[in-house]
Ligand binder design. Structure first.
Ligand SMILES: NC(=O)c1ccc[n+]([C@@H]2O[C@H](COP(=O)([O-])OP(=O)(O)OC[C@H]3O[C@@H](n4cnc5c(N)ncnc54)[C@H](O)[C@@H]3O)[C@@H](O)[C@H]2O)c1
Length: 249
């Protein structure tokens, strides 16, 4: 797909990898809209990339997601590309044992992650795909997964949400092909910015670097390169592009 003048909606585009992607897409002439739940980061995006339409929106709220997608489409002239990027992590073991006793994974943490990372992309995609079909747009949905989709200790909710999004990628690719809509996913390994940079301690980062043949974390730019490849390659469909340096999870 050609990016220039193309209406593109990015969720979670106010910071991290999404922010880098917005910068690249803007430089390449896309008509951009961003849905994000962080008002301060959206304001900052407005200073750095004023041409991007910004909407404060919690994608995990079905009506807010529906309204956000509709308003974004109205502002940028439809939606041809959706990047389902917004996500959170709340890492916890299923059971933890300490001198204080035994504790189990919090239900609130589980619910928050599944709501944002799995229900959110579903709410946004159903609204965006509906608009694409109605406007007879030959579009694209790119879901952001993770190397942890195959399972990762300490990440029950996050890993399950990413396995779910990979499954939705295949399902939607098959369902939406009849409408000329392509669906694919990008699964980064551990990236030196965003969620990993904030939540992973140094010893854990060192461990993952040690398990990576490339002996480093990915950069956000390398992940953006992957998304741009998926956008441009019209035969990449129903599959997950893994950009993880060969890490052994
Ligand atoms: N950073 C990594 O190491 C890494 C690795 C693999 C996959 N990923 C995936 O890449 C994507 C981007 O991750 P990141 O590291 O840039 O994260 P990040 O936390 O830096 O950015 C996520 C953005 O999503 C927004 N967001 C969070 N919850 C939201 C909600 N309910 N509604 C709307 N917006 C919401 C945040 O405000 C933020 O701007 C995610 O899907 C993540 O799972 C990241």
């Amino acid at each position: 797909m050609e990016v220039r003048d193309c209406p593109v909606l990015v969720t979670g585009g106010a910071s991290g990898i999404g922010r880098q992607l917005v910068g690249r897409l803007s430089a390449e002439g896309a008509k951009l809209a961003v849905l994000d739940s962080d008002a301060a980061m959206l304001d900052r995006l407005g200073i750095d990339v004023p041409e991007a339409a910004r909407f404060l929106c919690d994608v995990g709220d079905s009506s807010a997601a529906e309204a956000g997608v509709r308003e974004a489409a109205d502002r940028i002239g439809g939606i041809a590309i959706l990047i389902n990027n917004a996500a959170i992590a709340r890492d916890a073991l299923l059971v933890s044992v300490s001198p204080a006793g035994i504790s189990t994974h919090g239900v609130a943490d589980w619910d928050a992650v599944i709501r944002t990372n799995l229900s959110g992309p579903f709410y946004v995609a159903r609204a965006a795909a509906g608009i694409m079909v109605k406007s007879r747009t030959r579009g694209l949905i790119v879901n952001m997964s993770s190397v942890t989709a195959s399972g990762n200790q300490g990440q029950s909710a996050y890993a399950a949400s990413k396995a779910g999004i990979e499954s939705l990628t295949v399902t939607w690719a098959r369902e939406l092909a009849n409408f000329g809509i392509r669906v694919a996913a990008v699964a980064p390994g551990f990236v030196d910015s965003g969620i990993t940079a904030r939540q992973m301690n140094e010893s854990l980062k060192k461990m993952w670097v040690g398990r990576t043949p490339q002996r480093r974390l990915a950069t956000a730019e390398e992940v953006v390169d992957g998304v741009m490849f998926v956008i441009r390659n019209d035969f990449f469909c129903g599959r997950v592009l893994r950009i993880d340096g060969g890490v052994a999870v």
